[in-house]
Ligand binder design. Structure first.
Ligand SMILES: [Mg+2]
Length: 370
């Protein structure tokens, strides 16, 4: 098998089909990073990470991801055999601290390349798939209740989604909780509703609003408090029956261990990019399973390429109590791959083609890269 000859990192901006309103920002165009790793035989491994709203979701920005890979990670890759991705990432970890998104981008491109060299689906290199398809939530975040209800009804009609997540961190909490109530009234019989606060509430607000949300029948409350407030998250988890999901707070293996140990939540949102790759995601799924935490297959709103990577790793994890939300490609106007995602009977279908099952569209990459 042939060794690595080049590593190229591209920053792209992809437009969305509608404004996507979160607590900290409204997305109309998402910045993503594409990794391309070539071997001496000319085979190519590809990968993607996306960042939500500049530096407003997490610390990684696309510009820093590219700069840190080019300067500090690439020198560890040239001449290496990609199938030793575990050893390569272990070496990288000893020289580069943090930088989880950058590490995820590199590790997944290595796995794609190693799988393509062997002509097998990528999931065969980390355990093999358990699921052929997974439940797929949709985020209602147009900023308008009527439009959200119309969107939800259309998704149910198309059999695309029957789990809806509402982004309610921005603006007046009472108004936002009433908005959730109206959506439950309109589509609650045919669907399951969850909410994401994206760290926007203080504990007092959370106590009042989660009580109301629980009574309405909301099934999961995502990251109500800021990431630093482990104690507050633990008090909310103790107090309410509804599941409290840690997302922004559950980044590294060690941060997630602390959440589990302190019961600062009772469910974990997995995202390969925030954990630093597939190997770390599997470790986090393992410690969460050991503690009886529920799992949720999260998204950084990747396009088709990054989404295929998430689908691949999630397909190898036994149980997602809350399903997945890997709908990213459906929010974009365009894509950088020749393939699209496939959704059937409310579930995303796991691709079985070689590597992560996606091929770069070179013309689209040239068009969207900065
Ligand atoms: Mg979230």
């Amino acid at each position: 098998m042939s060794n690595i000859s080049s590593v190229d990192i591209f920053i792209c901006d992809l437009p969305t089909v509608r404004p996507h309103k979160l607590a900290m920002t409204t997305i109309t165009s998402q910045a993503i990073v594409v990794g391309v790793i070539k071997d001496n035989d000319g085979l190519t491994g590809i990968s993607e990470v996306a960042t939500i709203g500049g530096a407003s979701y997490g610390e990684s920005t696309v510009e820093a991801i590219k700069a840190n890979i080019d300067n500090y990670i690439t020198p560890h890759l040239i001449g290496q055999n990609p199938v030793y991705f575990s050893r390569i990432m272990d070496t990288v970890a000893k020289s580069v601290r943090g930088n989880f998104f950058a590490k995820s981008l590199i590790e997944t491109a290595l796995i794609d390349l190693a799988a393509k060299q062997r002509e097998v689906p990528a999931y065969e290199l980390f355990g093999g798939k358990i699921h052929d398809s997974l439940p797929l939530a949709w985020t209602l975040a147009s900023g308008d209740t009527k439009r959200d209800i119309e969107e939800a009804k259309e998704m149910l009609h198309q059999k695309r989604h029957n789990i809806f997540k509402l982004k309610i961190g921005s603006g007046d909490p009472d108004t936002n909780v009433r908005h959730v109530g109206e959506i439950i009234k309109a589509v609650g019989d045919e669907s399951r509703i969850t909410v994401d606060i994206n760290q926007a509430w203080d504990e007092y607000t959370a106590l009042k609003q989660i009580k109301a949300l629980e009574e309405m029948g909301v099934s999961m409350i995502e990251q109500p408090l800021p990431t630093w407030n482990y104690e507050g998250m633990a008090r909310l988890t103790e107090r309410f029956d509804v599941s409290i999901l840690a997302d922004e707070a559950a980044t590294s293996l060690h941060d997630t261990y602390r959440i589990i140990k302190e019961r600062a939540g009772d469910a974990i949102a997995l995202k390969p990019a925030k954990h630093g790759g597939i190997l770390e995601t599997k470790k986090i799924a393992g410690i969460a399973e050991a503690a009886g935490f529920g799992l949720y297959g999260g998204t950084m709103i990747e396009s088709t390429l990054g989404n295929a990577i998430a689908a691949s790793v999630y397909s190898t994890i036994s149980e997602f109590k809350f399903g997945t939300e890997i709908f990213g490609p459906l929010l974009y106007k365009d894509k950088l791959t020749l393939e699209d995602i496939e959704v059937k009977d409310f579930e995303i279908q796991i691709p079985d083609d070689v590597g992560f099952g996606v091929t770069l569209d070179q013309e689209k990459l040239a068009h969207y890269k900065r």
